[in-house]
Design a protein around this ligand. Sequence first.
Ligand SMILES: Cc1ncc(COP(=O)(O)O)c(C=O)c1O
Length: 413
Amino acid sequence: MDHFNYKDGELFAEGVALKDIAKKYGTPTYVYSKATLERHAKAYIDSFESMSGLVCFSVKALSNISILKTLRISGCGFDIVSGGELHRAILAGADPKKIIFSGVGKSKDEMVAGIKHNILSFNIESEAELDRLTSVATEMNKVAPVAIRFNPNVDAGAHEFTKTGRKSDKFGVSTKTAKELIKKCTESKSINLVGLTCHIGSQIMELKGFEDAAKQALELMIALDELEINLDFIDMGGGLGVSYVGEETFQPSELIRCYETIFAGRNEKLILEPGRSISANAGIMLTKVEYEKDGFRITDAAMNDLLRPALYNAHHDVWPLVESNKQTTEVNLVGPICETGDFLAKNINISASQDDLLAVKTVGAYGFVMSSNYNSRPRAAEVLVDNKKFYLIRKREDHSSLTAFEEGLDDQI
Ligand SMILES: Cc1ncc(COP(=O)(O)O)c(C=O)c1O
């Protein structure tokens, strides 16, 4: 459930008319609802019953510091995948003991930063990575906390590019290698084994894949019990799918119930790393129709602002800001970028004329974070709505921000 609704024929985010945001900050602009973010974080946090839980919001989904602050205050920790995301989480006031560092390619500098900040865990995805972390920790005379990411070889559906749990994917190690790496961790003075982890993909619409992965995790945990190796936590990653165009979805409570059933009687903490299911429905993108042309409506937002349609052929609902009775027509919503792949929505029924304002829905995850400056287009503004107030949380870029890091403007090159 989100907080974007029509009131007297006008689209609102919580208590704010979206047209007022467009008037003040222009378009394209990402708008997030604080109440929706808080509600979704709570839906996870309040659902743990038999296991103690920690929800680490996956920063890659939506990384604006004000959003991270909101989620930190709601009780979330963070799942990060880069030194940049660590920097953001720290600026947002995150408790480092609630930060998990995922990802297959951590650099030495990123490992040093994670150790200095005393994070909860490095989720390790290969032997080479474990070896590098061991030598970094040894050099620093520190002990690095580690969870081993195993790959359960399950195909849980979703888009080819967002599946991460198959043997053929680059993520994690086989259960056999996981056991070997775990043993290696226990033999190292510079490594503290704290957990076991996996993440099978994103926008997963069935619980079966999560169950299969959890059952394999349990088998591994039982094998470790026999070796008297204890873990602090089992981290099952994120991946729960959301409704983009009316699909049926599972609630966080249903996912957690399924994990708690499989892990019944265990003492490990259950960590989850949801991204999309917390932030996707909490964001819309405001855009204006620039031109009408045959079956097209050309908007001021483009694939550089929202990449998901071009990258994944993803579908997003589009709502007009004014709920009109005008007859709808089937149109393609496209941007000004010089690519045929630059579209926001295809074959949608909407009444949209020049200068009309539209809201592209469910863009709070993998929306702004994937935006770029392609075609030298400044990135959009970001606004956070809190009840009847709204705050600019990222300024719209301008032409000088586009060239700010370029050298040679003074003819030296
Ligand atoms: C390791 C890891 N954890 C969590 C997530 C978040 O996934 P989602 O946004 O589908 O919940 C991802 C995203 O791909 C990921 O790679």
